[in-house]
Design a protein around this ligand. Structure first.
Ligand code: SAM
Length: 251
């Protein structure tokens, strides 16, 4: 059910469950998906970051409370798997789906999702984003994330890069992409605008429609609008929906 829809310039954003809302959207109405769904790792909700903050006394009282992301438990996998056929139906011929994934650790979420994407699409590449800072963990501390890239089957993949040397590793500072350490009031897992901007430039043209069905605080939307694309986004959490609206108005 659509709980709310807002049009802000070239952006149309929905408050509600993305699977339900996608089912009401027309076939082939999207030119590119860039999305960052919950990985199912319970981020900031009893995970390493949250426990470390509490243990070191870095956050106290209300600040030490968990900041869970909707559907970030085991259900995240089922939600992503069920969304894939809808992504395929919505994407126009030759178009591409870029999906953020985790960076290793005990749950090989990025591997599982890559295989599922390859069943529906032609899997193209797992791009490694080296965040340039040592992250959480003990053995093999987590310093990278992934972006899983797949093309629609049965049509020539579109590729709009002007440079010839686009690699499958994004090194620290490439394309101006820098890891964000969120404040307590920020979305717990924000992506830097420059990350979706990079992929939007490779896989879409000005005027195309970019879609993010798990938009959080709207980083993909801001990147799309600033790159001269149209944007369609969906967010289930009313708070992050409002934050995304404000950011899109500013963009
Ligand atoms: C990893 S976050 C995205 C963060 C975003 N990339 C940003 O930079 O702000 C995933 C988002 O998906 C939302 N979400 C979870 N389940 C959803 C669903 N079924 N439909 C729409 N949004 C959902 C969560 O509330 C969360 O804000």
């Amino acid at each position: 059910m659509i709980k709310e829809v807002r049009t802000i310039g070239n952006a149309t954003i929905y408050l509600g469950d993305s699977l339900e809302i996608m089912r009401g959207m027309p076939d082939k109405s999207i030119n590119m998906i860039f999305t960052d769904p919950p990985y199912g790792h319970n981020n900031n909700n009893g995970d390493l970051i949250h426990n470390r903050e509490k243990a070191l006394g870095k956050s106290k009282g209300k600040e030490a409370e968990a900041r869970p992301i909707a559907n970030d438990g085991a259900e995240a996998n089922e939600i992503f798997k069920n969304a894939l056929p809808e992504f395929n139906r919505l994407l126009d011929s030759g178009c591409c789906c870029c999906c953020c994934g985790g960076g290793g650790g005990p749950d090989p979420q990025f591997a599982r999702w890559s295989l599922w994407m390859d069943e529906v699409f032609n899997f193209k590449q797992m791009v490694v984003w080296d965040k340039g800072k040592i992250g959480m963990g003990w053995h093999y501390r987590r310093s990278y994330e992934t972006v899983l890239v797949a093309d629609k089957k049965g049509s020539k993949p579109k590729w709009f890069a002007t440079a010839k040397n686009i690699e499958n590793i994004i090194r620290p500072g490439d394309y101006g992409i820098k890891k964000i350490i969120p404040k307590k009031t920020d979305h717990p897992t924000p992506k830097p605008i420059e990350l979706p901007t990079h992929f939007i430039g490779l896989h879409s043209q000005p005027g195309d429609v970019v879609f993010d069905p798990f938009m959080g605080a709207g980083s993909t939307g801001v990147a799309a609008i600033k790159s001269g694309r149209k944007f369609v986004g969906i967010e289930i959490d009313p708070h992050w929906f409002e934050v995304a609206c404000k950011r899109l108005e500013a963009a």
